[in-house]
Write a protein that binds this ligand. Structure first.
Ligand SMILES: [Zn+2]
Length: 252
């Protein structure tokens, strides 16, 4: 049964991921996510049903438009595959529970934020606003043994810390990141959101160093922070209590 549900969620994740890509690539431009139908950005060739199959279409056409052979961004299959894998992860970690549903929601947000932030260096307000009501509702339904105050404090702590950094760094940190971390605080509580920031900063610094070494020192290359915050949030959501617990053990 677990295998069957996992397979189902994998397929659902692929389909949703395909939609998340559209949201991430169109919403920041103020375009509708429904119309026009997907087309090649270079030759405007409208994609047929067989060209819209997640991951497989990309693999079979070797990442090129079937009409004009323009390169298709690898962000598409990557977003689809990431959504599929994260959906299965949320289910295996939390089962068919409210916590699992919240996990699916965070996974969805992670894919949209990552694709949008990599492509445009922006996290669209509309996306954050769309995730707020379902996230709030699930937290009210399932506070996970904590008080509501902990989650309210999470939003304030998450948004507050990054807002302070944004003000001090004068443009080094985008307001999208500030709002994103406030939203994540609402889902994760204040401990979880601080862990998110810590993990996200580690991951971002590590990735920055790798990039720096590979490009041999182009320092001022701006890097999106949203994907790293989302990575931190998923780890904090899945394993935060265990991580914080074993960290505190160090001091006993
Ligand atoms: Zn084309």
């Amino acid at each position: 049964m677990t295998l069957l549900i996992s397979l189902y969620l994998f397929a659902l994740g692929l389909a949703c991921g395909s939609f998340f890509n559209v949201v991430a690539l169109r919403v920041p431009l103020g375009q509708s996510v429904v119309r026009p139908p997907s087309a090649c950005p270079r030759c405007a060739h409208r994609l047929a049903a067989r060209e819209l199959v997640p991951v497989l279409s990309y693999a079979f056409s070797r990442g090129r438009c079937r009409s004009c052979a323009a390169r298709v961004s690898p962000l598409y299959p990557a977003g689809e595959l990431a959504a599929a894998l994260l959906f299965v992860w949320a289910y295996l970690r939390f089962g068919l529970t409210v916590q699992g549903l919240l996990g699916l929601l965070l996974a969805s947000l992670a894919v949209i934020v990552t694709v949008a932030d990599i492509r445009y260096m922006r996290i669209p307000n509309a996306v954050l606003l769309a995730f707020l009501p379902p996230l709030l509702l699930l937290r009210l339904l399932e506070p996970d043994g904590r008080s509501y105050a902990e989650y309210a404090l999470g939003a304030i702590a998450g948004g507050g810390v990054l807002l302070l950094i944004a003000l001090l760094s004068r443009g080094g940190m985008g307001m999208g990141d500030v709002k994103l971390l406030a939203l994540l605080g609402l889902a994760l509580g204040w401990k979880g959101v601080l862990l998110t920031l810590l993990l996200g900063s580690f991951a971002g610094t590590a990735a920055g160093l790798v990039l720096l070494l590979r490009r041999q020192g182009k320092l001022r290359q701006p890097m999106p922070f949203g994907p790293f915050l989302m990575l931190g949030a998923l780890i904090a959501y899945g394993y935060g209590d265990a991580l914080i617990g074993s960290y505190l053990q160090l001091f006993k």
